[in-house]
Design a protein. Structure first.
Length: 488
C-alpha cells in the first residue's frame, strides 16, 4: 500500500535538512521515544527524503526492510506510522514554539514553586527580552503581566492605601488594551487591502475610532510594529501621500528593527502606492525608483539571494523609463544571474534588447529579442511584443510593425492572466500605434494632428504614451519630408 499521501510523509517532506536531522536525534532520545523500531523506521525513510516519490515507498516494502520477513503484518505498520506521526507532531510543536513562550511557562512554574528571588530575577530578564522581541499581537506582554499579577496575589501582596498604584496591578489591563489595539490594527489593515483591491464599498468596523485613538494617544511612538502598521493603513485606506513619505522615512531609519518579512511587505505596499498614484496621473516615477533602490539595498544583502522575476522586471523597466540606462545595465549584470534559471533567458535578453534600443542599435535589439523562445513570466510577452513594434517602426518596416501590432491585439483579447488595467493600457498603446502607422504612411497632416490631439486629451493610462507622442511630433515636424515606406 502506497505511503506517499499519508500525513506522516506529508509532514516529513516539509522539514528542511536541519529539521529532518534533528527529528532523528529526537527519536533517539529515550525521554521522548523508547521504541527502537521507530528509530529504524526513520533510518529507512531517510533513503526517500526529501521527495518521497519512489515507487518503493510502500507499507509492504518498509515492513520487509524493518523485519526481514516476506509476510507483512499491516497492523504493525499502522501502529508504527501512527506512533511516529504523534512524535513528529510533538517535535514540530517543540521546535516551532517561541523560546520566550517557553520561558514564560517556566516563570509561571517558578511562581508556583514559591522560589521568589529566582522568580523576580527571571521576570526582569523576560520583560527585557519581550521589550525587544517581535510581539505583533501583544500576547507575550499580556501573558507576562497576568502571570506577574497572580504571583503577587499568591505572595499575599494585597492592595493597601500605601501601594494602591503599584504597576503590577494595572499592567495586565494596560497590556490587554494594547493587545486589543494591535489585533484591531492588523484586522483593519487586512480589510483596508481588501477595500483597495476588491471592494471600494467595504466598511471597516471601528476604523475611525481605532485610528483616532492611536493618533491622539501616541500609543505607537515607542512601538515600531504598531507605528509601521498605522502608517501603512493611513497610506492605503485613505490614499494619503503624507503617510507614504512618513512610512518611507521610517523604513530608512528603523529597518533594522523590523522583521524581514514585514519589511518586504511594507516595501511592496510603498511600491504599489506609487503605481496607484501613477494610474491617477501623478508623477511618482522617481519616488518609485527610490523605493526600488531601497528594496535592493535592504532585501538583497546576501550574494546568494534570488531576486523575484516580477521585482526584476519592474525595477529594470522603471530605470529605463527614467532614462537611467547605465544604472539599468549595471542592474542587469548584477542581478540577472540571481534570477531563477527558468526566467533568466527572458529577463536578460529582453533587458539587453531594451538597452540597445535606447542606444539606437535596433539590429542588436532585434537579435536579443530573437533569442527569446518562450515566455516564462506573464509580463515578458507583452513587453517583448511592444519592443518589437517600436524596433520595426524605427527601422521603417511598416508591414512588420503592423503585423506585430495586430497579432498583439489578438493576444490581448484572448489573454486571461494579465490584470485588466494592465491589459487595457497595452490595448490603448497598440490602437494608437496602428493610428500612428496609418498617419505616417500617408503623411497626412490632418491625421497626424488628430492623433496628437487624441493622445494629449486621453486621460486613460497608456503604456508608452510619451513614446507615441514623440513619434507623432516627429511626423508633424517632418511635414511630409520623411515618409515611412512600406517594406516589400
Amino acid at each position: 500500500m502506497c505511503m506517499h499521501k499519508s500525513n506522516l510523509i506529508n509532514l516529513l517532506s516539509r522539514l528542511d535538512k536541519q529539521e529532518f536531522r534533528k527529528f532523528g536525534k529526537f527519536l533517539e532520545s529515550p525521554y521522548f521515544n523508547n521504541n527502537l523500531k521507530l528509530t529504524e523506521l526513520y533510518n529507512v525513510l531517510t533513503d526517500f527524503y526529501p521527495d518521497f516519490e519512489s515507487l518503493e515507498l510502500s507499507k509492504e516494502n518498509i515492513f520487509r526492510k524493518l523485519y526481514k520477513k516476506d509476510s507483512v503484518i499491516m497492523g504493525t505498520m499502522y501502529y508504527l506510522i501512527s506512533e511516529m506521526e504523534s512524535l513528529l507532531e510533538r517535535f514540530i510543536s517543540i521546535e516551532k514554539t517561541d523560546p520566550l513562550e517557553q520561558e514564560i511557562v517556566f516563570l509561571n512554574e517558578l511562581g508556583k514553586y514559591r522560589l521568589d528571588n529566582y522568580y523576580d530575577k527571571k521576570y526582569k530578564e523576560i520583560k527585557k527580552k519581550i521589550s525587544r522581541a517581535y510581539d505583533p499581537k501583544n500576547l507575550l506582554a499580556f501573558r507576562l503581566a497576568e502571570i506577574n499579577r497572580f504571583h503577587k496575589i499568591e505572595k499575599k501582596e494585597f492592595l493597601t492605601k500605601k501601594d494602591a498604584f503599584k504597576s503590577e496591578w494595572t499592567e495586565p489591563i494596560d497590556e490587554l488594551f494594547r493587545l486589543f489595539i494591535k489585533n484591531m490594527i492588523w484586522n483593519i489593515e487586512l480589510l483596508s487591502n481588501f477595500k483597495q483591491y476588491f471592494s471600494k464599498d467595504l466598511k471597516v468596523p471601528m476604523y475611525h475610532e481605532i485610528m483616532d485613538y492611536i493618533s491622539g494617544s501616541g500609543i505607537y511612538e515607542n512601538d515600531i510594529m504598531l507605528k509601521t502598521a498605522f502608517y501603512r493603513i493611513k497610506m492605503i485606506y485613505e490614499s494619503d501621500e503624507e503617510y507614504f513619505f512618513k512610512l518611507k522615512d521610517l523604513i530608512k531609519k528603523k529597518h533594522k528593527n523590523i522583521p524581514s518579512d514585514l519589511l518586504e511587505e511594507t516595501l511592496a505596499q510603498l511600491n504599489n502606492f506609487t503605481v496607484q498614484k501613477m494610474f491617477e496621473g501623478k508623477d511618482f516615477n522617481e519616488e518609485q525608483f527610490q523605493i526600488h533602490k531601497l528594496y535592493l539595498e535592504l532585501m538583497f544583502k546576501g550574494n546568494k539571494d534570488l531576486i523575484p522575476v516580477d521585482a526584476f522586471f519592474q525595477i529594470f523597466s522603471q530605470a529605463v523609463f527614467l532614462e537611467k540606462y547605465e544604472w539599468a545595465n549595471d542592474f542587469v549584470d548584477k542581478y540577472g544571474k540571481r534570477l531563477e534559471s527558468r526566467f533568466r533567458n527572458n529577463a536578460i535578453n529582453y533587458s539587453h534588447a531594451v538597452i540597445q534600443y535606447n542606444f539606437k542599435d535596433y539590429e542588436k535589439a532585434l537579435k536579443h529579442l530573437s533569442v527569446i523562445k518562450n515566455f516564462s513570466y506573464v509580463h515578458y510577452k507583452p513587453a517583448v511584443k511592444i519592443l518589437q513594434m517600436k524596433v520595426f517602426y524605427n527601422l521603417k518596416l511598416v508591414s512588420e510593425a503592423e503585423d506585430a501590432a495586430k497579432s498583439f491585439l489578438q493576444f490581448l483579447r484572448n489573454d486571461k492572466l494579465l490584470n485588466s488595467e494592465v491589459r487595457k493600457s497595452y490595448l490603448n498603446f497598440t490602437r494608437y500605434f496602428l493610428k500612428l502607422l496609418n498617419a505616417g504612411s500617408g503623411n497626412r497632416t490632418s491625421k497626424i494632428r488628430s492623433l496628437k490631439y487624441s493622445l494629449s486629451n486621453d486621460m486613460n493610462f497608456i503604456t508608452g504614451k510619451l513614446w507615441l507622442m514623440n513619434k507623432a511630433d516627429e511626423l508633424d515636424s517632418s511635414s511630409g519630408k520623411n515618409k515611412i515606406s512600406r517594406a516589400i
